[in-house]
Design a protein around this ligand. Structure first.
Ligand code: LLP
Length: 406
């Protein structure tokens, strides 16, 4: 992905920063549009994955809706031109202020996560003399087979209404005259790459849809949430997620009624591969039986490895440049006979760590890299989703900046 030209550009920049490949992001969005259009599916971008202004502008320009989880996200979605009739608002703890602001903005739908919340939205809408459109987020108790911390659809999780509470939901909906019931919503977890998981979700959704019909409530909207995973191990081989298989599994397994709308909320699969975190080696330090590469980026810039034991590819861009220079030198010297022998370039195992005063501030242990030196540029790949947006001001560090492909 990176070449000598990028290396030269990066060498002149202050680190750490997020580097966005907007061309790849554009291609990813086109791929998702094409795959979803086949079945007339509606896709909302889960803004929580990345709300960098350039990302929002590009996603919005492709006509996607927005999936928001706070009043701030709803506000930003409107500000960046997302059509309010394509904005959904989820979240297990929406405050009265957030609900009121979303009502004022006439968003498409509230994804409601408890019986109590239904009553609150009804009262707030009534006070404004408005109707609020709602979908019920149901916890389907389907295992997403993903990291424990990013599973959301099990009974042990705080999200959504449990199936045994559904009779109470129907009662509440019948009483709440300022609510319009649109349908049902699910989101079982993130970084899901096994399509069987979605097949299991479809089976559950079909059963629940039937239950609502039997209880006298028609469903206009089926919202299946997001969760499609990306290839963190091979970003160059698989730069774009498998939208085709993802939408097909729903098309093949969901019991879609005539005139029913099917909605999705994808975050990670839109943006993960289109950004990398670029940092410099500050120090190379020897430990007991190991070496540390101490970077100028840490958990304050990208917390995923520390929080979810997430894997990210780590590359030494400067070493790649040295190797390429050496290659061309050998090539010249030996009159076009390229004899690059990887033995020429020592590879060493490093624990790649950040500068933060926490032992957990480690991107990965035992990373095999070419011999690395102070000042080398280190690239942490697939950092576009839940990267920049989860950066923090811990240790009062400077806020990480962003750089874009030319
Ligand atoms: N819809 C709802 C209701 C969600 O809670 C989420 C993500 C999405 C859609 C989008 O899911 P995606 O397509 O991005 O998987 N910070 C974690 C991931 C947290 C996901 C939170 N919810 C990480 O870095 O892995």
């Amino acid at each position: 992905m990176f070449n000598i030209h990028t290396l030269t550009r990066f060498q002149q920049l202050e680190t750490p920063f997020y580097y966005y490949d907007l061309n790849l992001l554009g291609k990813t969005l086109e791929s998702c549009s094409a795959a979803s259009a086949k079945y007339n599916f509606h896709v909302h971008y889960a803004m929580k994955a990345n709300f960098n202004p350039k990302v929002l502008e590009l996603v919005q320009s492709h006509g996607f809706g927005a999936d928001c989880v706070s009043g701030g996200e709803v506000k930003a979605a409107i500000q960046y031109g997302f059509d309010k009739s394509k904005i959904v608002f989820a979240g297990v703890g929406k405050s009265d202020k957030e609900i009121n602001e979303a009502l004022d903005r006439d968003i498409f739908c509230f994804n409601v996560e408890s019986v109590q919340e239904l009553g609150i939205i009804n009262n707030l809408a009534k006070a404004k003399n408005k109707m609020a459109s709602v979908a019920i987020r149901i916890n389907p108790n389907v295992d997403a087979h993903t990291h424990h911390f990013i599973t959301t659809g099990l009974e042990e999780n705080k999200f959504g209404v449990n199936t045994w509470e559904l009779p109470a939901v129907v009662d509440a909906l019948k009483k709440c005259d300022s609510l319009e019931f649109l349908g049902i919503h699910f989101h079982i977890g993130s970084q899901i790459t096994d399509m069987e998981v979605y097949k299991n979700l479809c089976i559950k959704v079909n059963e629940l849809q039937q239950w609502f019909l039997d209880n006298g409530l028609a469903i206009k909207v089926l919202n299946l949430g997001g969760g499609l995973g990306v290839d963190y191990h091979n970003p160059d081989e698989n730069p774009i997620g498998d939208f085709e298989s993802y939408f097909k599994v729903f098309h093949d397994n969901l019991d879609i009624k005539p005139n029913q709308e099917v909605h999705f909320e994808l975050g990670r699969a839109f943006v993960a591969q289109s950004a990398s975190l670029i940092s410099r080696v500050l120090y190379v330090k020897n430990g007991i039986n190991k070496n540390f590469l101490i970077l100028d980026a840490g958990m304050t810039e990208l917390i995923r490895p520390m929080l979810y034991q997430a894997y990210h590819e780590i590359e030494n861009l400067s070493a790649a440049g040295r190797i390429e220079n050496q290659e061309s030198r050998i090539k010249n010297e030996e009159k076009n006979i390229l004899t690059l022998d990887s033995g020429l370039f020592t590879r060493t195992k490093y624990d790649v760590v950040g500068p933060i005063c926490e032992s957990t501030d480690c991107f990965r242990k035992d990373v095999e890299l070419p011999e690395s030196f102070r000042g080398d540029l280190i690239v942490i790949r697939t950092a576009g989703a839940y990267g920049e947006v989860m950066a923090s001001g811990y240790n009062l560090r400077d806020r990480v900046t962003s750089v874009y492909s030319e």
